[in-house]
Design a protein around this ligand. Sequence first.
Ligand SMILES: O=C(O)[C@H](CCc1ccccc1)CC1(C(=O)N[C@@H](Cc2c[nH]c3ccccc23)C(=O)O)CCCC1
Ligand SMILES: [Zn+2]
Length: 319
Amino acid sequence: VTGTNAVGSGTGVLNNAVSPLNTTLSSGKYYLQDNTRGQGIFTYNANNKSSLPGTLMSNTTNAFTTSTDKAAVDAHFYAGKTYDYYKSTFGRNSYDGNGTSLKSTVHYGSKYNNAFWDGTQMVYGDGDGTTFIALSGGLDVVAHELTHAVTSSESNLTYQNESGALNEAISDIFGTVVEFKTQSSKADYLIGEDIYTPNISGDALRSMADPTLNGDPDHYSNRYTGSADNGGVHTNSGIINKAAYLISAGGTHHGVTVSGIGIDKLGTIFYRANTTYLTSSSNFSQARAAVVQAASDLYGSTSAETTAVKNAFTAVGVN
Ligand SMILES: O=C(O)[C@H](CCc1ccccc1)CC1(C(=O)N[C@@H](Cc2c[nH]c3ccccc23)C(=O)O)CCCC1
Ligand SMILES: [Zn+2]
């Protein structure tokens, strides 16, 4: 909408206070339209139908606190935080580098237990209240979805088999990196922990530290070779996720010891791999070469960072 920039507040999915919320005042109503980032961040309501984008979220006051508002408040705020990470860390203006507006829709479908990037926007279900609560309530989920857009604009890794699992792992990696940079006190190497199984504590959709907790492989010898889920893109991502975890946090896996280099450098190295070396058809072995080269470019071919990358990929059986 055309209007004036305003700063409001709201309540998130976990009933947490959210502020500041960048909004737009137009004709006496406040809209979830943030004009301060790129060409804007717009958050819509599908009203539990499946037509997109739905209606731009509005309120008569600048306090978005109703139950309907909560999923939208987090989608809006977390999209802004993810924008900020890419802008401040890499100078990247939005997912395509051209400041293209970020669009999110919440309340998609009925009790929809998932979220996705549809090629032009982020979409979030409410969950059924048992398996999931509103998925935009997880910063790692929002950053995961927005990173699919970054990947599409860069390597454009084909969403199947090994390139698809790489695509998935990159989204999990940046979901986690953004969580560490934005919510450091509650950051972890879990994916979706804030919005998964509200009645069970300590679990998550995936674990980068130990993918086997969810039955996902943490070594190439255990990769899934079937056709489900586009060739196991959300399963075989565990192999790359484990390597990423080892690069950041360190550890010994299958007799290989990795000296961790930290979460910041994990993000910097994978960002350079995704924007400079990976292509749409890259497989795991080519990903190793890409990430090694990225680390070498950034820190030197004999650096501790490059050594950590080599050891981590060896530890998960990717050579
Ligand atoms: O972005 C993605 O990779 C996932 C997008 C899945 C999707 C793709 C195409 C059309 C619709 C939905 C969404 C997320 C995901 O990992 N989904 C997994 C796990 C999952 C979530 N809800 C589910 C319901 C049933 C089965 C599996 C799932 C999947 O779709 O496999 C990412 C973070 C959290 C949700
Ligand atoms: Zn994904």
